[in-house]
Design a protein around this ligand. Structure first.
Ligand SMILES: [Zn+2]
Length: 67
């Protein structure tokens, strides 16, 4: 689905960082360096970006606009 707005554990706002995180990864930057640059020092917040799987485009094909 879509990236959660806040970290599930501590509540820090993290969703605004996800696009930059993906751009950095595609650019070949190490994930740990990116997270350090974003100021995400807690591992609860780091796992939110590292483990997220974007599924919204796969699920949208099952939605029906005629219902
Ligand atoms: Zn957190």
């Amino acid at each position: 689905m879509m990236i959660p707005i806040r970290c599930y554990t501590c509540g820090k706002v993290i969703a605004h960082l996800y696009d930059d995180f993906l751009k950095g990864l595609k650019g070949g930057v190490d994930a740990g360096e990116l997270l350090d640059d974003f100021g995400l020092t807690r591992y609860c917040c780091r796992r939110m970006l590292i483990t997220h799987v974007e599924l919204i485009d796969n699920i949208l094909i099952f939605s029906s606009p005629t219902r």
